[in-house]
Design a protein around this ligand. Structure first.
Ligand SMILES: Nc1nc2c(ncn2[C@@H]2O[C@H](COP(=O)(O)OP(=O)(O)OP(=O)(O)O)[C@@H](O)[C@H]2O)c(=O)[nH]1
Length: 306
């Protein structure tokens, strides 16, 4: 009997791109197995590159979840696009997410051309949300995807249908990604799932809770900044002070709710998420402040660390 040689360990970075709502965050979470990127029904909720790490016996996959590439309309949009281009130039692999239940549009072609211009990394076409389509539609979607190769300027390394929601082919995708990373040792220690700072994660969780509450009224106008995290002397509780920024004073009461009921609810939801995900005990002090037109002002964006 001949012993099989152990396959080499691989490690590297992958970034998922795709237009808003393509399912990038959900896929990241399905692969990493923990809620790290924030998810929302509203597009453009992912504001910064968040890394999730998948540790396997044969590979370590570091996922850099980028905001959707899109034509910038505001300064914040431009910054997000800068982050994206910067990130794309440095990754080993790209996963281009294309929802099975939607036609390929100008947005997808724009992304394909951005990829052509900004990276030489292999691109895997991932047809997402297959649970939303019939087999015939999925087959058609897989064919349609190939037309993007013209804009991409090269062939896709793979084309694979997945559903993060129905856990269809997520493991297969994981193996494909692992197999395409360069040989190398682990880049992050075991047990580490994200290198995003605790504070940023806390901000993301609060923002997600606020979006859940005020989805209809304030789709994009909420930013969150943690100002202080103070450990208590007499217990392991940490007092976290955070501010939710809205753009207009008329938006303040929306977040406050009747007698502060909404902000209270946001606080409870966020605290529970933070405590269970980050394994810490906190007391959350939430404040609401108006930062007028923060999306268009570079100084204000800097203040929020975006
Ligand atoms: N049915 C179904 N819905 C999905 C699946 N993946 C994602 N979704 C939903 O699609 C919506 C968008 O998913 P996200 O993961 O936030 O998409 P995204 O590409 O990260 O979006 P942005 O952050 O806006 O760029 C959410 O409502 C998800 O619940 C899936 O496999 N099946």
């Amino acid at each position: 009997m001949t012993a099989h040689p152990t396959p080499p360990h691989r490690s590297g970075f992958i970034s998922f791109v795709g237009r808003p709502n393509a399912g990038k965050s959900t896929l990241t979470n399905a692969l990493v197995g923990e809620k790290i990127a924030i998810i929302s029904d509203k597009p453009q909720t992912t504001r910064r590159a968040i890394r999730g790490i998948v540790n396997r016996d044969d590979a370590q996959i570091v996922i850099v979840d980028t905001p959707g590439v899109h034509r910038p309309r505001t300064l914040l949009g431009e910054r997000l696009n800068d982050v994206v281009t910067h990130t794309l130039a440095e990754v080993d692999l790209i996963g281009f997410c294309l929802p099975a239940n939607e036609k390929i549009g100008p947005g997808d072609r724009y992304i394909a051309r951005s990829l052509r211009d900004s990276t030489k990394a292999p691109v895997i076409a991932i047809v997402t949300k297959t649970d939303l389509g019939k087999p015939k539609q999925i087959a058609e979607a897989l064919l349609r995807v190939q037309t993007l190769q013209e804009d991409l300027g090269r062939e896709f390394a793979e084309i694979i249908p997945v559903s993060a929601a129905a856990d269809f082919q997520v493991d297969t995708l994981c193996s494909i990604i692992a197999g395409r990373l360069p040989e190398g040792p682990k880049l992050f220690l075991d047990g580490e799932r994200t290198d995003e700072s605790q504070q940023s994660l806390i901000e993301e969780f609060i923002r997600e809770a606020a979006l859940e509450e005020a989805r209809e009224e304030l789709p994009h106008s909420i930013a969150v900044s943690v100002s202080e995290m103070l450990p208590r002397d007499d217990s392991d509780v940490i007092d976290v002070h955070a501010t939710l920024y809205v753009e207009r004073s008329s938006q303040k009461p929306i977040l406050l709710g009747h007698r502060g009921s909404r902000i209270k609810h946001i606080g409870t939801t966020a605290r529970k998420q933070i405590e269970s995900r980050l394994n810490m005990r906190i007391y959350l002090h939430l404040h609401i402040s108006v930062l007028a037109e923060w999306q268009r002002d570079p100084k204000k964006i800097d203040r929020l660390g975006l």
